[in-house]
Ligand binder design. Sequence first.
Ligand code: PLP
Length: 374
Amino acid sequence: MLYLDHAATTPVRPAVAEAMAPFLADRFGNSSGVHSVSRRAKNALEEAREQAAALIGARPREIVFTGGGTESDNLALKGVALAGGNRGGVVTAATEHEAVLETADFLRRFGCPTGIVGVDPHGLIDPVELAAAVASDTKVVSVMAANNETGTIQPLAPLVAAVKAENPRVLFHTDAVQAFAALKIDVDEWAVDLISLSAHKFGGPQGVGLLFVRSGCVLEPLMHGGGQELGRRSGTHNVAGAVGMATAMELATDDRDRFRTDTAEARSHFEAKLSDRAERTVPEDLALPQHSHLRFDGINNETLLVLLDRLGVAASAGSACASGAATVSHVLEAMGLTPEEARSSLRFSFGWTSKLSEAEQAAEAVLEALEGRP
Ligand code: PLP
């Protein structure tokens, strides 16, 4: 299989699986206990927390391990909006991942005022418009660092500055789930209050993520119980997952320069071969190097995906949860594409295992699928 769906999930790096293995075997302890079996698990968990924190310039106490990007987004939005026992407002953007948009909708249905701002044809948000959407009862603004469908990188600094200039108490959350592999995150440079990450997007295991919560930010927990994660996320820890996540963060950080160069090169070879048949949705310089979101005029994306699958190429029509359904991507719709244009768009995403030869073979397969379509 030529795997060009790294934005959906990535293969686990061998060193990550190796680092996790002992915690699925003899180091199985519950990190919340007092005996030595537990303490060994607890030590590993806290080392993973320190490692993850250091890699984004955070303090260990600012890391909350979660069950993935979706949970991190839920905790950020619900946790802040409902903190202090009242219902604060949320402002977000029309192109966010469902984990943010559905959470905002949940909060709206339970009485929290919600604002959704639009984007320009490249998926970019106007700082003035974002700041204008913030009301006196807004508690959290959530804007993703890079889009999972198109790869659009959102310049966060002007957005954070515009929001904070008038509303210094409003917290700023960013979903950096897609961004981490390619973009260096430093919590002070980014100047945001909350950041969601998910391990399986950069060579870590599925089902584990983290939320960076800047010191001083108060969250209402979603999970109530034994009070783990300083009361912010109860439940027995996924020690193997946390170790796997921190290891994957370290490896992805060390590999980031190569990753950027190699995925950009693979992508540009891939696109060059398709240049007569496809058009990029957003210009290269505005997007993640590993994302190739293309429009094939007059072609139905679902048909093309099935043909590609038969030819051994894995790609995607959008976000994993939306693909398969005959809905039009909310991201492309917000960017102003017509339903026909949206239905003729496909996402190819490269990753840490991608090779140039693979990109070339995949482009050949796309050309073959275009010829062979019914
Ligand atoms: N946010 C973005 C931007 C994503 O791409 C994804 C995964 O598709 C998620 C959140 C959800 O992350 P997870 O799969 O870890 O729940």
